[in-house]
Design a protein around this ligand. Structure first.
Ligand SMILES: *[C@@H]1O[C@H](CO)[C@@H](O)[C@H](O)[C@H]1NC(C)=O
Ligand SMILES: *[C@@H]1O[C@H](CO)[C@@H](O)[C@H](O)[C@H]1NC(C)=O
Ligand SMILES: *[C@@H]1O[C@H](CO)[C@@H](O)[C@H](O)[C@H]1NC(C)=O
Ligand SMILES: *[C@@H]1O[C@H](CO)[C@@H](O)[C@H](O)[C@H]1NC(C)=O
Ligand SMILES: *[C@@H]1O[C@H](CO)[C@@H](O)[C@H](O)[C@H]1NC(C)=O
Length: 359
């Protein structure tokens, strides 16, 4: 059980390394991977204990037993967790806003009506009102400089790609879905840039073909790789990520003075799954919270948030929390690796936007 000690140590280190010379402001756009409670406030939601068990000791609207990657990234800057845009009781937007909503996609093919372009519209409206009210002296809001110097993080695509993989042919996925999704991300970044934003942080999509939920419900004719993940699905995700990386390269050139960091989250997550024991994990393809036991602990009817689920005793030994989302322990390692800059292009530290010396 040396592993939690290791985690504790590396966050102490990164915290000291990454403080800002001015208070950081972050606007996040995404889905359940970075939803810190917006979806739960707006749409209700299935959250029950054991969600939150490891860290918050209560469900917070995060699909996790504890903190998400975005929470750890905020901790690294010594700033508080991002306040969800929707429904927050205790609103304090002084360090930014989280527009991420569970179930959202880049496009609107998925169940919930908050795709990326709607999140951008919410942002535009928020920016307008915040600047107006801030200039009249309202507290806990942000002014124009804050918007211009903020970091804009985008972590989206998992729902589009999961849904697309089930409902589209290979050709329509590659020639239709991917270019469309990439064009939507281009528009989102352009909209923010035209309003003065210049710092962007874009996450690729993880290896969805290794998710217990996907494995348990896959078409039996799909080939698995030597680690037990769905090869074809992961190849399609890699193609999406490749085009997202290329988009970021193009936009860095097109948008003068912009900084766009693309992070290869796929490689980080695939490495954790395929070398799971070296990180202290066991059963990398099995959900901690689910039903039915091995191989995936996923049942088509009884999910993690049903009364009769079963939960593994030690979530810190598991990668998958509920079959779709990662545990806090896995999120901590993903965040640690993101902060290493080893997977970023260009290899800038996460605090690049807040650590320019002030004059
Ligand atoms: C809002 O958050 C900022 C930064 O953490 C803090 O300084 C401020 O006191 C908070 N405002 C309220 C009303 O809690
Ligand atoms: C907010 O919107 C109003 C009405 O469209 C406009 O007049 C104003 O300039 C906008 N303010 C900002 C800060 O964009
Ligand atoms: C599984 O895949 C095979 C071959 O592509 C296809 O013929 C079959 O209809 C699929 N089954 C389901 C349930 O989707
Ligand atoms: C880029 O930065 C330079 C130097 O600060 C400035 O003169 C120029 O106007 C900026 N360009 C844009 C498009 O913001
Ligand atoms: C980052 O890369 C360096 C050099 O290859 C390596 O020493 C370090 O362990 C890596 N860090 C992480 C978190 O992967």
């Amino acid at each position: 059980m040396a592993f939690p000690v290791f985690m504790f140590t590396f966050f102490q280190t990164s915290l000291v390394a990454a403080q800002c010379s001015k208070p950081p402001v972050i606007f996040n756009f995404g889905d359940s991977n970075s939803d810190t409670g917006g979806g739960a406030a707006l749409l209700g939601g299935p959250f029950v204990y054991p969600d939150g068990r490891t860290f918050f000791q209560e469900p917070t609207g995060r699909f996790c037993d504890g903190r998400l990657i975005i929470d750890f990234l905020c901790e690294s800057l010594d700033t508080k967790y991002l306040t969800p845009f929707t429904g927050a009781v205790d609103r304090n937007f002084s360090n930014g806003v989280n527009f991420a909503l569970s179930g959202s996609g880049i496009a609107s093919a998925t169940a919930y009506p908050f795709p990326l372009n709607v999140q951008i519209l919410e942002f535009i409206r928020f920016r307008n009102r915040s600047i107006e009210l801030c200039s009249r002296g309202h507290q806990n809001l942000l002014g124009e400089d804050d918007f211009n110097n903020a970091l804009y993080t985008i972590d989206m695509g998992q729902n589009d790609l999961t849904y697309g993989y089930k409902h589209r042919t290979y050709d329509s996925f590659v020639k239709g879905l991917i270019p469309f999704a990439i064009s939507r991300i281009r528009s989102a970044i352009q909209d923010i840039y035209h309003l003065g934003g210049k710092n962007f942080w874009v996450h690729g999509v993880g290896p969805l073909g290794c998710l217990p939920q996907e494995l348990a419900t896959r078409n039996g004719s799909k080939r698995l790789d030597k680690y037990g993940c769905i090869s074809e699905m992961n190849e399609l995700i890699k193609q999406f990520n490749l085009e997202l990386d290329v988009l970021c390269q193009q936009m860095r050139i097109e948008m003068e003075n912009s900084t766009i960091v693309y992070v290869d989250v796929y490689s980080i997550k695939y490495d954790i799954i395929t070398s799971s024991s070296s990180y202290g994990f066991e059963h990398p393809l099995m959900a901690c919270c689910g039903y039915g036991g091995p191989p995936y602990n996923i049942d088509p009817v009884i999910g993690c948030r049903e009364a009769s689920q079963s939960v593994c005793p030690q979530a810190q030994r598991r990668i998958s929390w509920d079959g779709v989302h990662y545990t806090e322990a896995a999120n901590a390692i993903v965040a640690f690796k993101i902060l290493s800059t080893n997977y970023s292009s260009p290899p800038l530290p996460f605090n690049f936007f807040c650590n320019t010396p002030s004059c």
